[in-house]
Design a binder for this molecule. Structure first.
Ligand code: SAM
Ligand code: SF4
Ligand code: SF4
Length: 372
């Protein structure tokens, strides 16, 4: 779909207006399971937990080196949530209906003793007694030493970000001259540790790595990895996003289909963000996250907890709700649950349905800060 067509489709989305019921009552309408609903009837199912705002990469589309230089002031340790604080909030979120926890950042593996947090989150159980779906997104720079401790701590699966197999392209995009061979070795380490499935995220940015689309697809298929292409998004404001730099999902799928024929596959569950395409010869599938050209806000069930303890209900939020202050001033679990419920019940976010070139300049929190 073109951007114009997407915009036309977006303009037909009705605003639900004030909720006459006061919302928030447990309701099974979204996906047949109990939980809390927002003002658009979306359940809270996923929590992305940022454990640090720091990163050892300077990806051009996320933390460009010219903006995030040596003197950039990251959060002091005292302002970052402890693992105990994270666990407490995650447990409350699970009680409210969250089924999937994703540890992210910044680069989560730069935070010390991360396997300890994994072990604490892996213990959580849903009200039905099931384990939560626990995963982690990493740039793959440190998995050779950490994959096994993470797996032993209870991490089931993992997502590794990799934007190109071409060393020069990858070194340029990660902004710190990091070699692609080290990320490939990390993926091998994840496999040796038994993490499965291993997903790979590739952000496609025009003029930087379109030529890597087909080689990445071939490689992932041969390696049995689940590759997900991500349209370059206007997260934060530091990356100087322009619509012209977005390579659309249609273009990505078209480039692969020309060499490796694809057909659409049905979503695995309601709220799945990646559009699925499978190879016609049955050799695997790819995902395409088309947040820009085909927004999926109507099914967005995600909240984000930043490293400093703010809760955000949209990737493009300008403000979050501080949970650290109540946590550190003696709030009970009931108090914290009430805050989470209130915030989710009031949620109306649908930024991607409203995006224009102009909205990309509005103030908002950077992705590495609120948890990508
Ligand atoms: N540092 C880890 C990593 O890179 O995997 C985790 C945090 S990162 C913010 C999470 C994901 O967001 C990565 O897969 C990254 O490629 C993606 N991302 C960052 N900036 C993006 C942008 N402007 N558009 C689309 N995806 C982006
Ligand atoms: Fe770091 Fe991940 Fe952002 Fe790259 S995408 S700069 S690895 S947080
Ligand atoms: Fe969800 Fe916000 Fe993204 Fe829409 S723009 S899918 S509401 S995070």
């Amino acid at each position: 779909m073109t951007h114009a067509a997407a915009s036309a489709q977006r303009s037909q989305v009705a605003d639900p207006g004030p909720d006459p019921t006061g919302a928030g009552a447990p309701n099974a309408a979204f996906d047949g399971r109990p939980g809390i609903l927002d003002r658009r009837g979306r359940a809270l199912r996923d929590l992305r937990i940022s454990v640090t705002d720091r990163c050892n990469f300077r990806c051009t589309y996320c933390m460009p080196a010219e903006v995030f230089g040596r003197d950039y002031a990251f959060l002091p340790h005292s302002e970052v949530l402890t693992y105990e604080e994270i666990r407490r909030l995650a447990e409350i979120a699970v009680e409210l209906g969250v089924r999937k926890l994703r540890i992210t950042g910044g680069e989560p593996l730069v935070r010390k003793e991360l396997p300890d947090l994994v072990a604490m989150l892996a213990e959580l159980r849903t009200p039905d007694g099931d384990p939560v779906d626990l995963t982690l997104t990493t740039n793959g720079s440190a998995l050779r030493s950490l994959a096994r401790p993470l797996a032993e701590a209870g991490l089931g699966r993992i997502t590794v970000s990799l934007d190109s197999l071409d060393d020069a392209t990858f070194r340029r995009m990660n902004g710190v001259d990091f070699p692609v061979s080290r990320v490939l070795d990390s993926i091998a380490a994840a496999r040796e540790a038994g993490l499965s499935p291993i997903k790979v995220n590739m952000v496609v940015k025009r003029g930087e790595n379109e030529a890597s689309i087909v080689p990445m697809a071939r490689w992932a298929r041969d390696e049995g990895l689940v590759l997900r292409f991500i349209e370059y998004m206007d997260v934060g404001t530091a990356n100087g996003w322009r619509l012209d730099d977005v390579v659309s999902a249609a273009e990505i799928v078209g480039a692969i289909h020309a060499e490796l024929p694809l057909e659409p596959a049905a979503p695995s569950y309601r709220g799945e963000v990646a559009g699925r395409w499978r190879y016609r010869d049955g050799s695997g599938e790819i995902g395409v996250i088309s947040s820009v050209t085909q927004p999926f806000c109507g099914d967005c069930t995600r909240a984000r907890l930043s490293a400093e303890g703010k809760l955000y209900t949209c990737l493009f939020s300008a403000v979050g709700t501080d949970l650290r202050a109540p946590l550190r001033s003696g709030a009970s679990d009931t108090d914290l649950r009430a805050v989470l419920e209130r915030v989710w019940n009031a949620r109306t976010d649908r930024y991607s349905e409203l995006r224009t070139e102009a909205t990309s300049h509005l103030p908002r929190v950077e992705m590495f800060a609120l948890g990508g």
